[in-house]
Design a protein around this ligand. Sequence first.
Ligand SMILES: [Zn+2]
Length: 253
Amino acid sequence: MEQTPKSVQEQPRFVEEKERFGAKVREVFKSEPNSLQDEIEDIEYETGDGKITSIKSLLPREWKMVRSSFLGMDRPMVASFAEKTVAYGENYWIPKAFIVPKGEPLPEPVRREDFIREVFPGPRGVLELSSAPQIERNGFFISLLHEIGHSQVFENMSEEEQAKFLEHVSDLSNKRKSQYAEQDKKTEIENERKSWAWALKEFRQLKRGGVDLEPELDSPDKLLRGIHAALDTREDMNPVEFIKLVREALFQE
Ligand SMILES: [Zn+2]
């Protein structure tokens, strides 16, 4: 029988492994995941040729990473400065819309363990919201790098700048985007720009070292679209408003 040191035996690893475009992605949890709010010990990204990258090591040391079921489709990923946490949703919501002819039955909503689909009938058609595991989708890692970028930009501020920035963030949390003052918008855009710059630099550096976090987004154009998808979900609105907006966009004449 194989002898394992007791200290190793006593430390079980809580891991969920997923295949993602030829790579293996392992979410390593601090404790057994209960799928509500699980702290991540690390995300290990293993390329096809066995190179393993620790994603958690890209975060500043005091920052935590969390997988959450509370994040909605309006904001599937977020960096929280006061809590020093980057959180990402377990599922990612994909809205679709279609028309069911009058008199025909509506499709049934489907629920499976790792996939949720909900169907909302409306006056001009059916809006379908489906979800898939967030970590497996295109654009997940470039979006995650962006949120990590926020943490890095914040940690590189002076103490005075940090205090000012936290005040700005807490002030904005009480406002809608339409209520932002010019200075608010400037600060937001500048912060977004710096965080994307950090993310893209890190992304390219990893790629040069043989670790491609987005193998399917293999042209600047596709990457840009992946980034756009991530940015679109960061609009300041609740799910009801989001559905309304998508519905309006989809059913436009
Ligand atoms: Zn951002």
